[in-house]
Design a protein around this ligand. Structure first.
Ligand SMILES: *Cc1c(COP(=O)(O)O)cnc(C)c1O
Length: 390
């Protein structure tokens, strides 16, 4: 049993940039350096120690320290970090589900999560229902006597729809059901679901926590009890993160608030620009008053995040447009400091049939835009020249 459990620190009272910069550092007692030393041992003394440390027990000094930062950001007692977002998601879901149990999942989910559920759960005798929409009522009708978990993801990918976090949390509490949220798109800078009663927050730390498109990692934040339960399975499944990458992630997270705030500001500006562009048919961004869930977003989000989607007018070929971009990179994944775009119909949602995509409102011409930290004038100029050269 490791000391993977952390007590809630006074850190919760600190400002967000102070938490990002300072909470959960490994003190350099020997040389008094300003940053965390990196401990790479995979072998630690076994006697006369409080904790038997081993990287797969999620309890090396760097792992433990970074977990404190993540717990402080998500306002929970404890946290765990994993080798990928999917390691975090799969371990957490499986920790709370067993044969004969049922889980309610939101209609639109990250493709990897969807695949995990539909390809693997039947092997373990776990039943599941995807909701018909993102409305709380549809979560309610999906609940069965054996439902143990409700899993949500908001803002959703790629249409940035918003789920009523407080509504779902209250519904679940009524039925004694555990709630989990994939909080990747908002990041803890823009959304802290624990404030609204969600039990477990999950991240692909590959995205805003890492933020530089060079780290694969995952994280879970929850109460000590819940983290204990997740840890019990996590040490058996073995999805821990290497300490080199843990250190990189700690370094990245020091600037997370600066990055995400700038990206949110930029995304709002780009959303307004695109909405006013006559070549653009529709813009999806929760920070636009024209967005169907704008009020809900204002209520539960600090800021609206760096992700938006848009459709160009039908006569414009979306692939030609993306090939013409010179600054904005058409590439997979999201949340880096550099701006990227992609076509969900060819990437994240390629495995769905055209009908399934249509049912979720995802047109083939839809472009998802992960807005970076560049100057918006330059991003706008890039889009203008890409359209002009068509
Ligand atoms: C990328 C992503 C994941 C999966 O994370 P990996 O780090 O790629 O395993 C899960 N959820 C969301 C919302 C994501 O964007």
């Amino acid at each position: 049993m490791g000391n993977q459990i952390f007590s809630m620190e006074k850190s919760n009272k600190l400002g967000i940039n102070t938490i990002c910069t300072h909470v959960g550092e490994v003190k350099d007692e020997q040389f008094k350096g300003a940053v965390s030393p990196i401990y790479l041992s995979s072998s630690y003394q076994f006697y006369d120690v409080d904790i038997k440390r081993y990287p797969r027990y999620f309890n090396t000094p760097n792992q433990e320290a970074l977990c404190r930062k993540i717990a402080a950001l998500e306002k929970t007692e404890s946290a765990l970090i994993f080798g990928s977002g999917m390691a975090a998601i799969s371990t957490t879901l499986m920790a709370f589900l067993q044969q004969g149990d049922h889980v309610v999942l939101q209609q639109t989910l990250y493709g990897g999560t969807y695949n995990l559920v539909v390809e693997e759960f039947h092997k373990f005798g776990i039943e599941y229902t995807f909701t018909n929409s993102l409305a709380v009522d549809d979560f309610k009708t999906a609940i069965q006597p054996n439902t143990k978990v409700i899993f949500i993801e908001t803002p959703s990918n790629p249409l940035l729809k918003i789920v009523d976090i407080q509504g779902v949390a209250a519904l679940a509490k009524e039925h004694g059901i555990i709630t989990m949220i994939d909080n990747t798109f908002a990041s803890p800078i823009n959304q802290t679901p624990a404030d609204f009663g969600i039990d477990i927050m999950i991240h692909s730390a590959t995205k805003y926590m890492g933020g530089h498109s060079d780290i694969l990692a995952g994280a879970v934040a929850a109460s000590e009890n819940h983290i204990q339960k997740i840890w019990n399975l996590a040490k058996n499944l073995g999805g821990s993160l290497s300490d080199f990458t843990v250190w990189m992630l700690e370094r990245s997270m020091k600037t997370m608030s600066l990055r995400v705030r700038r990206q949110s500001e930029n995304a709002l500006k780009m959303a307004h620009y695109l909405e006013s562009n006559t070549n653009v048919a529709k813009v999806y961004y929760p920070g636009l008053p024209s967005h169907e869930d704008y009020e809900l977003a204002v209520f539960q989000m600090e800021d609206f995040g760096g992700m938006l989607s848009f459709e160009l007018n039908e006569e414009i070929d979306t692939m030609d447009f993306q090939r013409n971009l010179q600054l904005i990179k058409p590439s997979m994944s999201l949340a880096g400091i550099e701006s990227t775009v992609l076509s969900p119909s060819q990437t994240s949602h390629a495995l769905l049939s055209e009908e399934e995509r249509a049912a979720q409102g995802i047109k083939d011409g839809l472009i998802r835009f992960s807005v970076g930290i560049e100057e918006t004038e330059d991003l706008i100029a890039d889009i203008e020249q890409a359209i002009a050269r068509l």
